[in-house]
Design a protein around this ligand. Structure first.
Ligand code: GLN
Length: 500
C-alpha cells in the first residue's frame, strides 16, 4: 500500500480539482481525458460497463466554455461516473441485466440531471449487481468495458476479492482513482458496504432526500441514491447537488429544500454523543473489523465525543424483514420487464404468454428470479398476513428502536459489515451467506435513516474496514461533519491500493 498521498490529478479531492479547474491549471477536457485513460488502463478491475469518449469530451468542452465565460456552476468540469442503475440519455442503461441489453433511455434520471446542472462531466456507467440485488457484485450479467462477456468486478486492494455490492463498480472506480467521485444507490447497504470493502467514503441520505426518478427500481420504499468519493468533504459537495424535492416526478421525494452539506463540516464534535449498539458488536463480528472500529471510536473520544452504550434489539430481525419486503417490492417492480415495453424480447414464442415466459426466463439472472419468486410468494393471498404484513409491523418496530436510541445519543456508530471483503466465489451458490453479511446495514435502510461508511483502518489481508455512522432523519450534515473530523485526524481515506 502506498501511504504517501501524491499530487497527481487523480489524487486530488473534488474541492482541489474544482479550484485547479477554476484557476485554469487544468481544463475540464484534460481532467476527463486523464480519467478516461486511467479507466482503460485498469480495465481488468471491471468497474466500467459503458464509456463514450465523444460524449464525455463534448460535455467537458461545454464546461470549459462555461469556465472561460465565467458562468460555471459549482462543480464545473468535475468528472464523475454513474452506477448503471441510473438511466442516462447519452449512455446505455442496463441495471446489470441482460434484460436491458441495448436499452437506451430517452431521458436522464433526476440525480444525473442535477449533477450535470452542477457542472459535472460524465465519464461513463459503472458495474453493479443485476437490479442492485447483491452484496458482492457477483450478480452482474453485463460485460465490463474491454470484455466480451460478463467478468468479475475486482477489489483493487486484492484482485482475488469481491468489491462488495451492489454498487461494486462505483466503489472500485473511486478506490482505483478511475473517477474522483461517483453515484451509487443503497437499498439495504449498497453504498455503505462496497465503500467499506474498498476503503472509500459513501453516504446514503434520508429516504426521500434524493429523487428516485430514473433510478431503475428494485425496492421502492428502500431505494435511495447517494455519492461515493474518497472523503466526506467530497461526498458533501456531491450530495448537496444531488438532493432536493422532485415532487412532479417522484411521489416519495420529500419536500425538504436542498442543503449545503459542506457548511458544517468543520464544526467541533466536542461533546457529541455517539451511541454504540451492543447488537453490532456480538459474536458474529470478525476480530479484525472490531479492532479497526474500536480504534476509530477511540479517535472520536480523543476528539471530544462521548461513547454511549445503546441497544437496537431487533437488529437480527432486520434480515428476515428486509428479505421479505425487498423481494415483495421487487416482484412488483420487475413485472414491467415483459418483453413488450422495453429491453429484451425472446425470439421464438408461440403466443403472448409464451413470449412473457421466455423473455423473463432468458432475461433475468438466478438471484433476480429467486427474489421474484420469494416476493410473489410472500404477497400471495395465503401468505400475505403471515409474512409480508408481519414484516411491515416489525419494520415499524425497528424504526421505533432507533428513535428510542436517539433519545440518548446524537448519532450511532458501528461496523458496516461483519468481515472484510471475501474472496470471489467464496460464497458459491449460497445466497444466504450474502444476505447474512447485510446485518449491520439493513436496520438503517428499513428505518429510512441516513447512514455512511468512513474508512477506519485495515483488517485481515490488508483489506479496508469501514466505520458506519447512522444519523437521525435529515442529519446528513452531522454525519458528514463527524466523518470529516475523523478524516482530519486519520489518513485511511487517502491511501491507495498497490499499483494504483
Ligand atoms: N445486499 C442487499 C441486497 O442484496 C442490498 C442491496 C442494495 O442495497 N441494493 O438486497
Amino acid at each position: 500500500m502506498s501511504n504517501t498521498p501524491s499530487s497527481e490529478l487523480h489524487d486530488l479531492g473534488i474541492a482541489q480539482l474544482t479550484s485547479a479547474l477554476r484557476s485554469k491549471q487544468v481544463s475540464a477536457v484534460e481532467a476527463a481525458q486523464h480519467f478516461l485513460a486511467r479507466a482503460h488502463q485498469h480495465q481488468n478491475l471491471g468497474a466500467y460497463v459503458a464509456m463514450n469518449e465523444d460524449t464525455t469530451l463534448a460535455q467537458a468542452r461545454a464546461q470549459d466554455a462555461a469556465l472561460a465565460a465565467g458562468t460555471a456552476a459549482p462543480l464545473a468540469g468535475v468528472p464523475i461516473a454513474h452506477k448503471d442503475i441510473f438511466v442516462t440519455r447519452d449512455f446505455p442503461s442496463t441495471a446489470g441485466s441482460k434484460m436491458l441489453a441495448g436499452y437506451q433511455s430517452p431521458f436522464d434520471a433526476t440525480v444525473v440531471t442535477r449533477l450535470a446542472d452542477a457542472g459535472c462531466v460524465t465519464l461513463g456507467k459503472l458495474n453493479c449487481d443485476e437490479f442492485a440485488m447483491g452484496s458482492a457484485n457477483e450478480n452482474s450479467a453485463v460485460a465490463p468495458v474491454g470484455c466480451d462477456a460478463p467478468a468479475p468486478v475486482r477489489n483493487p486492494w486484492d484482485t482475488s476479492r469481491i468489491p462488495g455490492g451492489s454498487s461494486g463498480g462505483s466503489a472500485v472506480a473511486v478506490a482505483a482513482r478511475l473517477a474522483p467521485a461517483v453515484t451509487g444507490t443503497d437499498t439495504g447497504g449498497s453504498i455503505r458496504q462496497p465503500a467499506s470493502f474498498c476503503g472509500v467514503t459513501g453516504i446514503k441520505p434520508t429516504y426521500g432526500r434524493a429523487s428516485r426518478y430514473g433510478m431503475i427500481a428494485f425496492a421502492s420504499s428502500l431505494d435511495q441514491a447517494g455519492p461515493m468519493a474518497r472523503s466526506a468533504e467530497d461526498c458533501a459537495l456531491l450530495l448537496s447537488a444531488m438532493c432536493g424535492p422532485d415532487p412532479d416526478r417522484d411521489s416519495t421525494s420529500l419536500d425538504v429544500p436542498a442543503e449545503d452539506f459542506s457548511a458544517k463540516l468543520n464544526d467541533s464534535i466536542d461533546g457529541l454523543r455517539i451511541g454504540i449498539p451492543a447488537e453490532f458488536f456480538g459474536d458474529g463480528l470478525a476480530g479484525d473489523v472490531r479492532a479497526a472500529v474500536d480504534a476509530a471510536l477511540k479517535e472520536y473520544e480523543k476528539l471530544g465525543a462521548k461513547l454511549v452504550p445503546i441497544s437496537l434489539p431487533r437488529t437480527e430481525l432486520s434480515i428476515p424483514v428486509y428479505y421479505i419486503i425487498a423481494p415483495a417490492e421487487a416482484s412488483s417492480n420487475l413485472s414491467r420487464f415483459d418483453g413488450v415495453k422495453f429491453g429484451h424480447r425472446a425470439k421464438d414464442y408461440a403466443d403472448l404468454v409464451d413470449m412473457y415466459k421466455k423473455t423473463r426466463a432468458e432475461g433475468f439472472g438466478d438471484e433476480v428470479k429467486r427474489r421474484i419468486m420469494i416476493g410473489t410468494y410472500v404477497l400471495s393471498h395465503g401468505y400475505y398476513d403471515a409474512y409480508y404484513l408481519q414484516a411491515q409491523k416489525i419494520r415499524r418496530m425497528i424504526a421505533d428502536d432507533f428513535q428510542n436510541a436517539f433519545k440518548d445519543c446524537d448519532l450511532i456508530a458501528g461496523p458496516v459489515a461483519p468481515s472484510v471483503a471475501w474472496k470471489l466465489g467464496e460464497h458459491g451458490n449460497d445466497p444466504l451467506a450474502d444476505y447474512l453479511a447485510d446485518i449491520f446495514t439493513l436496520p438503517a435502510s428499513l428505518a429510512g435513516l441516513p447512514g455512511m461508511s468512513v474508512p477506519a483502518g485495515f483488517g485481515a489481508g490488508g483489506m479496508p474496514v469501514g466505520l458506519q455512522l447512522i444519523g437521525n432523519y435529515f442529519q446528513e450534515g452531522r454525519l458528514l461533519n463527524a466523518a470529516h473530523r475523523l478524516q482530519q485526524a486519520t489518513d485511511f481515506h487517502l491511501r491507495a491500493p498497490e499499483g494504483i
